[in-house]
Ligand binder design. Structure first.
Ligand SMILES: O=C(O)CCC(=O)C(=O)O
Ligand SMILES: [Fe+2]
Length: 350
């Protein structure tokens, strides 16, 4: 049964109550991360860490407030991203994403079909029938010896490259701290993950969902981004105010809107972290659909939507095998991070 569940924002700067439709028991809590940073003892730190891990066990998703990334920084990234997507198709096409091992470059509408399936033929059929209505720009660590980022010319989008590189580093730093909280919440030493996630094998993804006829999105299986889980450790998602992100309540199977809360980052567990934790932590299905609130009830075009996702990964040479404190019997065989991530990417792109 659906009902209105309240989401409480704890931070003083953001003290307000937000409402989200939710199935019974389903909650995406708002975590004030300044409490983790300001904690004067390990026990105090662990209080926030436990809240985070408890949410990752239940819904797999949290909103994080007071995360330390300024609004100016985030809005500047959104501005540069918008300027990039406004470039002529021909210019963007020259920066095309080419190889899952690189996972860098521009992905035009219809090239990716995110789904839960790991079967390439099934994904290909889905892509034909119901492609994702989005374009993206994928950015990796810039000092990789093998793979180069596909940067636009400085004169095409002034300041783009530097803005994105700075933001990449900023998100990496937050990921390290978030993983420290995950470690504490799992009763591991705070630095447990540090040396396993320090090579920045992450992927910064700029997303642009163009305005689209609502009727299109109402079609069978059609969405701005189809139901999927993410692949890595944690995803840091910055969403603009348009809305449309929905998270599946794992108990009821109902998709619940993850309504944007200004100033917060949505953070969710990816498949590799779920696997690492022997499914103690949950990697939850989510999707992007037409926003619940349209401009008017007669509106047939959904507004454009922008978001920025930072897909954090373990180091590519990290072996993912059942963590301590996560059950006696491993559910999965060990897997190398790069093999896993590249395999998933290879299946989802054409
Ligand atoms: O655009 C969004 O809000 C979510 C995007 C997403 O889930 C993804 O790219 O994996
Ligand atoms: Fe996602």
């Amino acid at each position: 049964m659906l009902f209105r569940a309240s989401v409480h924002v704890r931070s003083s700067g953001l003290r307000k109550r937000c409402f989200a439709s939710a199935a019974a028991g389903f909650r995406i809590p708002v975590i004030d991360f300044s409490r983790f940073r300001a904690a004067r003892s390990l026990a105090e730190k662990k209080e926030t860490a436990n809240e985070i891990v408890s949410a990752f066990k239940n819904s797999g998703f949290i909103y994080v407030s007071n995360h330390g990334i300024s609004e100016d920084t985030v809005s500047n990234v959104f501005r540069k991203s918008a300027a990039f997507f406004k470039l002529p198709e021909g210019v963007k096409a020259q920066l095309a994403w080419e190889d899952p091992r690189s996972n860098r470059g521009y992905v035009q509408i219809g090239r990716e079909r995110v789904t839960q399936s790991a079967n390439a033929a099934e994904i290909s059929a889905l892509r034909e029938k119901a492609p994702d209505f989005k374009e993206t720009m994928e950015i990796g660590r810039d000092w990789d010896s093998e793979w180069k980022n596909q940067w636009p010319k400085e004169s095409d989008v002034p300041g783009f490259n530097k803005t994105m590189l700075d933001f990449f580093q900023t998100c990496h730093n937050l990921h390290v701290e978030m993983m420290q909280s995950v470690a504490l919440g799992l009763d591991l030493s705070q630095d447990f993950f540090d040396s396993k996630i320090d090579q920045q094998c992450h992927n910064l993804r700029l997303l642009s969902y163009p305005p689209i006829k609502r009727a299109f999105l109402d079609g069978d299986g059609q969405a701005r981004a189809g139901a999927h889980s993410d692949y890595g450790t944690l995803t840091l998602l910055f969403q603009a105010q348009v809305g449309g992100l929905e998270v599946m309540d794992p108990q009821s199977g109902v998709f619940v809107p993850a309504t944007p809360i200004p100033g917060t980052i949505v953070i969710n567990v990816g498949d590799l972290l779920a696997r690492w934790s022997n499914d103690v932590l949950r990697s939850t299905l989510h999707r992007v659909v037409a926003p619940a609130k349209m401009i008017s009830s007669t509106e047939t075009i959904t507004p454009a939507r922008q978001s920025i996702a930072f897909f954090s990964n373990p180091n590519f040479d990290t072996l993912i095998e059942c963590l301590p404190n996560c059950g006696k019997k491993a559910r999965y065989p060990p897997v190398n991070t790069e093999t896993y991530i590249v395999g998933r990417l290879a299946a989802t792109y054409m």
